[in-house]
Design a protein around this ligand. Structure first.
Ligand code: LRH
Ligand code: MN
Ligand code: MN
Length: 430
């Protein structure tokens, strides 16, 4: 196995930090034991947790106004894989990459797979892109793609998705994620029902080409680039489309894609109930699709979402296996640092949700004891599980202090020398 950062450096840093970590871990273990919880079992759950990294998150994002590139950014998918290997080596919980096509398309996928294999990385959902025109493309997506009024544009968009499936097969992926920006900017511009009908016909055509052991995930988003109406604007249209399209077509929840104050955890519950929760794009936001670091603003909301997920596991809900992925844009931080932090923050929400006393909660719910029900959730959320996360990393030879170890490695400075040209943006244009 190849490591981008010296395992000796990681071990040396971990050795320095282990005595204090052990003390904190033991103290927390005692406290949890009094609450009927086993810290070893929780640590094993933390070790088993994994969340995929979006290839496009490794480069600095930007807005439609400007992008301020960092140094040593990855210039192609091979370099993005190297950065993902760093994130996984430091966090111990990001063993898969989610690529975006055609941004990450290569001539030889065998070579790309061999490259990721040597770092022990796999590939999760493959993402198609019909929200942007490509230089060699015959028809424009200016007025939509899968729902376009012109059948030839729809055919081109369907064909692209089928091509993405073929590329995904070569990487060992099992999920196609489809997000379209189709919609309108003016009242009257688009006939709502006809556009949705055209979308559904295209989605079914893609689904026909989906291998039997694959899932298709549909991602909704309220607005942008269309600012008046969007064809798959919310979870309502999303689940309708998923239900119409087929059993293995499910909804994907990107945390930033809802109206402000929407109860996302309840949407998650509904999708679980109807076996339509495909997966997540984790990020945080204050205003819209901000793509801020996961858990940086609303850690309680993220915990409440995991409360639903852990509850579904606890109830052994049939067909429940959502895919976890980050989807963020980093404007002012080193993307590697943000992605390490964010993966850990999502993992933190998962472990905290495991602390919820589910029997007590159910009793309080049945007794209509609102304050004690709320306090039961708060008792879990207010517990600092950092020692569990750190111990899980240590056990997996990842870094106890991920950011300090990453910074001490000088990886970014070396990358700046090895990758002199600025590359890698959220748009994937290098
Ligand atoms: C759309 C989105 C979707 C895209 C990605 C680049 O806002 O969240 O997941 O594929 O950003
Ligand atoms: Mn997304
Ligand atoms: Mn988004």
């Amino acid at each position: 196995m190849k490591y981008p950062i010296s395992p000796d450096l990681v071990a040396e840093k971990n050795d320095q930090l282990t005595p204090d970590l052990q003390k904190d871990f033991d103290a927390l273990g005692e406290q949890l034991e009094r609450r009927g919880l086993n810290i070893q079992a929780l640590t094993e759950q933390a070790e088993a947790f994994d969340i995929a990294v979006p290839s496009w998150g490794t480069g600095t994002g930007g807005t439609r106004f400007a992008r301020f590139p960092g140094v040593g950014e990855p210039r192609n998918i091979f370099e993005k894989v190297e950065d993902c290997a760093v994130i996984n080596q430091m966090s111990g919980c990001t063993s898969e990459i989610s690529p975006h096509f055609p941004w990450d398309a290569v001539d030889d996928f065998t070579e790309l797979k061999a490259h990721s294999d040597q770092y022990g990385l796999g590939w999760s959902s493959v993402n198609s892109n019909t929200f942007q025109d490509q230089p060699d493309q015959e028809r424009s997506y200016k007025y939509g793609s899968l729902s376009h009024a012109d059948a030839a544009v729809r055919e081109q968009a369907v064909a692209h998705n089928l091509q993405v499936i073929e590329w995904g097969k070569q990487l060992g992926s099992k999920v196609l994620t489809v997000w379209v920006g189709d919609g309108s900017n003016h009242p009257g511009q688009q006939h709502f029902q006809r556009a949705f009908e055209r979308y559904l016909a295209s989605a079914k055509a893609i689904y026909q080409g989906l291998p039997n052991d694959w899932e298709m995930h549909i991602e909704h988003k309220m607005f942008e680039p269309a600012f008046y109406s969007t064809v798959i604007q919310d979870w309502g249209s999303n689940i309708l489309a998923a239900m119409e399209t087929g059993e293995r077509c499910k909804s994907l929840v990107d945390l930033g894609h809802h109206a402000p104050n929407v109860n996302i955890e309840m949407i998650v519950s509904r999708l679980i109930q109807f076996k339509k929760l495909g997966g997540f794009h984790f990020n945080d936001s204050k205003y819209g699709d901000d793509d801020l670091d996961s858990g940086s603003l609303h850690p309680y909301q993220q915990f409440l979402i995991f409360n639903e997920l852990v509850d579904a596991e606890h109830r052994k809900q049939e067909g429940f296996a959502p895919a976890y992925m980050l989807d963020q844009s980093h404007n002012v931080t080193d993307p590697i640092e943000s992605l390490i932090n964010s993966a850990t923050e999502v993992q933190r929400s998962f472990i905290k949700a495991l602390l919820v006393d589910r029997n007590a909660l159910e009793n309080y719910q049945n007794d209509n004891d609102a304050i004690m029900a709320s306090n039961t959730l708060k008792a879990a959320f207010n517990t600092d599980v950092s020692p569990i996360l750190a111990m899980a990393r240590k056990n997996k030879n990842a870094a106890i202090d991920s950011l300090a170890t990453y910074r001490a490695s000088g990886y970014r400075q070396q990358a700046a020398k090895a990758r002199p040209d600025t590359g890698g943006s959220r748009s994937g244009i290098v």
